[in-house]
Ligand binder design. Sequence first.
Ligand code: GLU
Length: 339
Amino acid sequence: MSVSGRTIERGRFAPSPTGELHLGNARTALLAWLSARSRGARFTMRIEDLDRPRCRPGLAEKQLEELAWLGLDWDEGPESAPPHTEAGPHGPYRQSQRGPLYDRAIEQLREGGHVYDCFCSRAQIRAAADALHSNDRADATSEASAPHGPQDDGPRYPGTCANLTAAEVATRRKSRAPALRLRVPHEPISFDDAIAGPQQFDPATEVGDFILRRADGVHAYQLAVVVDDAAMEITEVVRGADLLASTARQMLLYRMLGLRIPSWAHVPLLFGPPGIDGQPQRLSKRAGAETLSTMRARGDDPRTIVAQLARSSSLVGDEIAACTPAELLPRFALARLSR
Ligand code: GLU
């Protein structure tokens, strides 16, 4: 964190190589970069490739090339990343290579009595949650990926395995590998978000005891992101507003692990035209959002894309048709972003 007592400020961007980057991802990356660079902070790039089956080979490298094409750079990140300048002391910068760090954190949490084995299948959790009338949300996606909307978290875990005896755990372990869950205390978590303003969440009520490591051994996003942001000495996290609720879970982990909590800034999501339900659709590949890859292949000028993203954030007016990220630095302030 510090060299001779001086804190080194660091921002980051952490793409998942599970889908092509679209304008929404590009805007978040641009704003994270601007926030760091406008304060003279360092910038780290991290590949969040925990969920191997969902990651596409070669996509991480392509994403990094596209971010560099837009005019972004970083001081620390994966070796293959242009314009990588320095290996940095905190790598490797791919989550798939950092498993031992996550396991060490789990051990620390376990020693504090915060972890338990869970033998429930998804179907059992859904059935138990439905029986409690607590929630009947749609299908849960994998905990290894960042949740990008309330439905991504799945039903609140009803605590089925929270109080198994040691003997019960030993018996069940013979027939099924457990997932590991965090015992979530009943306490509201508040924080001040630099863009979204004051926030308060109650993870115990909203999601319940959440997964740290899946039964197949894959570590959960919520744990990995905390271990990594702390190990990489990130002082400011700028990311999409769909991760606001996750922040409370992450703050719990920071506290339990005795780690320094970064500052938070959650940027509004970009929406596309209304979908069949008449509601504006969040940009996504699934919703047909155009990808950076398509724009690049078509020969678009990255400066027009950067200007479009800057206009959509009220950083520049309509008169600016093209600009580089660096040209936006002098006028950048998080507080000036449209909410
Ligand atoms: N890897 C996550 C994503 O692509 C970002 C997580 C984060 O910034 O904390 O959505």
